[in-house]
Design a protein around this ligand. Structure first.
Ligand code: HEM
Length: 166
């Protein structure tokens, strides 16, 4: 079993790091939720002109989204990686496909970035911050591309060891 995972190991490492990040955030919420609230309150107090009455709740929701998206995406990604491993995709493409799927873990980091920057630059600017956008494109783009390759192999035999296509 472990040997069979060799070709997907790099992608699996990315997915597990995402899972650890999500669980870690949840544990931190449980241990010290006030830490997050204090961070938001301090930032808003320093930049009141950028915020309205909804800002505290909105920004707190960003970090919750980082938490549940990272654990949720990691959960389905582990399933996808097992399919990649069991598929007939050739070895080189197995590695690439697994890494692309693993990059899905960047998407929750976009929510986390928004949480970090929103108190000081405002919620609108946090949405369009270059790091937020980069992590979103890499995360969602990588995941979709990886899923597309897997789909093409499972249902149309592309990227396969046997027929050597691609
Ligand atoms: C790559 C996959 C995913 C993408 C691109 C995605 C994207 C989004 C977006 C754009 C929103 C709307 C946020 C807003 O209202 O501004 C959202 C909300 C939400 N997503 Fe996802 N999502 C993904 C996977 C998941 C997974 C796996 C879960 C479950 C574990 C999940 C659970 C939720 C929930 C519960 C909300 C509502 C959040 C709220 O009301 O604050 N998503 N997602």
């Amino acid at each position: 079993m472990i040997n069979k995972l060799t070709s997907i190991k790099a992608g699996l490492a990315l997915v597990m790091l995402g899972l650890i990040f999500g669980i870690g955030l949840g544990v931190t919420f449980g241990i010290n939720e006030a830490l997050f609230e204090a961070y938001v309150t301090r930032g808003i107090a320093a930049h009141p002109e950028l915020h309205d009455a909804n800002s505290p709740e909105k920004i707190w929701r960003y970090v919750q989204r980082a938490h549940f998206h990272s654990t949720g995406i990691a959960a389905f990604s582990i399933g996808l990686l097992l399919l990649v491993s069991a598929s007939s995709i050739n070895q080189r493409f197995k590695m690439i496909t697994a890494i692309l799927i693993g990059l899905g873990g960047c998407y929750p980091l976009a929510w986390f970035t928004m949480f970090i920057v929103a108190p000081t630059i405002g919620t609108g600017a946090a949405h369009t911050h270059p790091v937020t956008e980069l992590l979103t494109y890499i995360g969602v783009g990588g995941l979709l591309l990886g899923v597309a390759i897997l789909f093409a192999n499972l249902f149309f035999g592309l990227f396969s060891e046997r027929n050597g296509s691609w």
